[in-house]
Ligand binder design. Structure first.
Ligand code: ZN
Ligand code: ZN
Length: 478
């Protein structure tokens, strides 16, 4: 408290932070360092392992973030190469807040996908680290430590837009016997965690050349990352509004959907329902087929891209609706009447929906009726079995002059479990025999009239076997 007062009274001294402040590398460009790589670099600057920072430094920061909702750091922070730390969700948002408080640096969310959170949805980041070997080489040539770009972790980006080669998962290429493996090796983006080679030079495999479409996508994403501050500040409602205007002509929404591989209902819901979001991949596909600039569209502007030749094929693949084989459907429905399959199981087997089956109204109704009849028959069989069991036990117990309780039934080797239909039937038989100590079972309300009259008949048979005098035994509670 005292030192906080000191900095209030002496504003020329900035408040101290537990950690030295550093900016993400490549800041302000599409090659900004990912927050995960930034955190590793930050720890490295402090001569601490990331684990030490999490265990010793950050808890103090968390405690100061008073409005904090009990976030715990620790295990799992680097799961999937820090995927959650760089995504668009609340975990990434918290991490940027925590690291901001720890270092006094703001704007760290620009090293994550958080700036897109209000505009699009979807899982945009990869589960694995990926690198461009040539970019790492450039880092070294320019006299800085190699670092991991946010761009490289975007799922839809398959290549490096600068070097036009595929991004690769870094694996150590050194033969195991020549590797100086170390258990406590420093964890740093761009450094091989197996052999410690800076810039992953241990892996000499040449990355494949990327296609023009891939390069276009990667370049669009890089420009989008450059525009993150503007995108974050823009009104997300403008994006669907622009597409609505873009498709003002009758029928043009449908043709946009067809071109870009979107579902028409999803698109129209998106542009007409306030607050609806589209997946990021879908937006990118629309930009690809229409030749629109992704970064501009996300800010609510329609701009044609300059680097655009031919339309880029959508990456998302439309759900294939196969034409239904109606001959096969009729055959299957006819067979189902015989075998007793339900329409649901026929639909599953033929991979068609129920509505397609229902087009064959006659057979469909026949199968449904057959299913109903079979169900009724099996219900009847179950009811009869329950009555036979309860009736048999009732007769045995009365013969011995005992009360018709489930416990006594157990002595005769018959088990009646509460909530079973047998239990209810036994209770109803007792009531039918005049036992007033039995509460009316609630489940009996749901029984059909036919079932109840069969139980009544069973009670009458029991009474007839023992006669009215015997039945009086029931009322004799000892
Ligand atoms: Zn590169
Ligand atoms: Zn290596």
């Amino acid at each position: 408290m005292a030192d906080e007062l000191f900095f209030l009274l002496r504003p020329e001294f900035p408040a101290p932070t537990p950690m030295y402040g550093r900016r993400p590398m490549g800041e302000g460009t599409g090659d900004i360092e990912s927050l995960f790589s930034h955190f590793l670099s930050l720890s490295h600057d402090h001569r601490l392992t990331p684990k030490k920072v999490i265990d010793l430094v950050l808890p103090e920061v968390l405690a100061k973030l008073s409005r904090f909702d009990g976030t715990r750091l620790g295990w799992g922070w680097d799961k999937n190469a820090g995927k959650e730390m760089i995504g668009s969700g609340h975990v990434a948002e918290r991490w940027s807040t925590i690291l901001s408080s720890a270092t006094g640096q703001t704007g760290l969310q620009l090293a994550t996908m958080v700036p897109l959170a209000a505009h699009v949805y979807g899982d945009m980041t990869t589960d694995q680290d990926r690198v461009c070997h040539q970019c790492l080489g450039d880092d070294e040539a320019q006299g800085r430590l190699p670092y991991g770009r946010l761009l490289w972790r975007m799922k839809c980006v398959a290549c490096c837009p600068t070097h036009r080669c595929a991004l690769v998962t870094p694996v150590c290429g050194r033969p195991p016997d020549t590797t100086k493996r170390q258990f406590l090796r420093v964890k740093l983006a761009g450094v091989c965690s197996d052999c410690g080679s800076i810039g992953h030079r241990c892996n000499t495999a040449k990355a494949p050349i990327a296609s023009a479409d891939e390069v276009w996508r990667a370049e669009q994403c890089r420009r989008m990352i450059t525009a993150f501050p503007a995108i974050e500040a823009s009104d997300p409602a403008q994006l669907p509004q622009r597409i609505k205007e873009y498709c003002a002509e009758p029928g043009s929404l449908t043709s946009l959907a067809l071109r870009s591989g979107a579902t028409i209902s999803v698109l129209s819901r998106w542009i007409n329902q306030p607050g609806a979001r589209l997946t990021f991949d879908q937006i990118l596909d629309i930009c690809g087929t229409e030749g629109l600039e992704l970064a501009a569209l996300l800010q609510g502007r329609i701009e044609k891209t300059d680097s655009f030749g031919t339309p880029v094929a959508p990456k998302r693949i439309r759900r294939v609706v196969r034409p239904a084989n109606h001959e096969a459907i009729r055959t299957a429905l006819k067979a189902a009447v015989e075998t007793g399959d339900s329409v649901t199981s026929v639909a599953e087997r033929l991979r068609v929906d129920i509505a397609t089956l229902a087009q064959h109204a006659d057979l469909y109704a026949e199968v449904r009726m057959a299913t109903r009849n079979r169900k009724a028959a099996s219900d009847t069989a179950r009811q009869d079995a329950a009555i036979a069991k309860a009736e048999g036990v009732a007769i045995k117990l009365l013969r011995d002059g005992r009360r018709l309780t489930p416990r006594n039934a157990k002595g005769k080797g018959a088990y009646f479990y509460p909530s079973t239909v047998e239990w209810t039937v036994l209770a109803l038989i007792r009531i039918g025999l005049g036992d007033r100590s039995v509460r009316h079972p609630t489940s009996a309300v749901r029984m059909s009239d036919a079932f109840l009259s069969k139980i009544e008949a069973a009670a009458r048979r029991v009474r007839a076997t023992f006669g009215e005098t015997q039945a009086m035994l029931l009322l004799d509670y000892r």
